[in-house]
Write a protein that binds this ligand. Structure first.
Ligand code: FAD
Length: 306
């Protein structure tokens, strides 16, 4: 079984931030990712609020720089999905699909994914007009009518992105006001291609082989209507990727990992960083910062044991 000082699970900004600090502290570090590194950076095109990258930088550039930086300090990257962590005396055993690994400390940075809407037609038409990623699937809908469901930052940001492709983008939100930042709210109100349908919920998604329309309910009047559309992009909240930690480390009611200020969890030798933590601000800068703190704490944990 391969052995490491520190295993970082997840190669998004938090995991890569942790890898830079862990590698630089001369710990034998491995980083696992189930897809490829970059995490959510792969799901949008540009970033304007990461310090030092001030000109609407393409996210792939930030992602590539973080990876190169982590590798420069010796982190080994293994593409494997970790499915469980358990204790074996002083060691932690990580089971992946490809192999099992023995490590002294773990930093969990597995991030979040979008929640399902949970309506009829969503599962059946996934990849056939139902999508959770505008960057990935937007180009399939050039000149088409697009619906975006949600009212937070991501929904409005993604709606703006989709206007490059769609003839018209309709945002459907269940409340009478968006939760997003004021600049995004102003943008959607002024955008000539964006329409907003407030106080409304999607009841079902219809179509034989591909999305053809949706059934919408006005939650104030109770009126139900049919709306034609070619695509439904869903951004209705986030779900932490922590299923494999359930019963091992303490999670809150929504599945987020509870951590102390030093990123330690309820389990000795296990730290958490980034969007999977219970916290208020989920952004690249806070994820990278968590990663640095977690790596520093892992280093302290290792030093105390020697
Ligand atoms: C549409 C959109 C727009 C955004 N815009 C901005 C913005 O403008 N500015 C900003 O600062 N932030 C933005 N964010 C948020 C920001 O991208 C996240 O806060 C940040 O990516 C969180 O980093 P993370 O490393 O915690 O998690 P993630 O980026 O989610 O990375 C987690 C990684 O873990 C991997 N993983 C998951 N489970 C396992 C497993 N079991 N085994 C191995 N690997 C696993 C995943 O493949 C993934 O690579 C945006 C997010 C979205 C979705």
């Amino acid at each position: 079984m391969k052995e490491f000082d520190v295993a970082i699970i997840g190669g998004g900004p938090a995991g890569l931030g942790a890898a830079i600090y862990s590698g630089r502290a001369m710990l034998k570090t491995v980083l696992f990712d189930k897809f490829g590194t970059g995490g959510q950076l792969n799901s949008y095109e540009k970033i304007a609020n990461y310090p030092g990258f001030f000109e609407d930088t393409p996210t792939y550039k930030l992602s590539e720089s973080l990876l190169a930086h982590a590798q420069r300090f010796g982190t080994e990257i293994i593409y494997d999905e970790i499915t469980s962590i358990s204790d074996d005396g002083e060691w932690k055993i990580l089971k992946g699909f490809a192999d099992s690994y023995r490590v002294h400390a773990s930093i969990v940075a597995t991030g979040v994914r979008y929640k399902n809407l949970g309506v009829e037609g969503e599962e059946r038409l996934r990849g056939r007009g139902v999508s959770y990623c505008a960057t990935c699937d937007g180009p399939f809908f050039v000149g088409k009518n697009i619906v975006v469901v949600g009212g937070g930052d991501s929904a409005l940001q993604e709606a703006q992105h989709l206007t490059q492709f769609g003839r018209e983008v309709t945002i459907i939100h269940r409340r009478d006001e968006f939760r997003a930042y004021p600049d995004l709210r102003e943008m959607v109100q002024k955008h000539p291609k964006i329409k907003c349908l407030m106080n409304s919920t999607v009841q079902s998604i219809e179509g034989k082989d591909f999305v053809e329309g949706i059934i919408v309910k006005n939650v104030v009047t109770g009126e139900v209507s049919k709306m034609k559309t070619d695509a439904v992009f869903i951004f209705v909240g986030l779900q932490p990727n922590t299923e494999f930690l359930s019963g091992y480390a303490d999670l809150d009611d929504y599945g987020y990992v509870k951590t102390r200020e030093d990123m330690s969890t309820s389990k000795k030798g296990v730290f958490a960083a980034g969007d999977i933590r219970v916290k208020d601000v989920r952004q690249v800068i806070t994820a990278v910062s968590d990663g640095a703190i977690a790596a520093q704490s892992a280093w302290k944990y290792m030093s105390c044991r020697k």
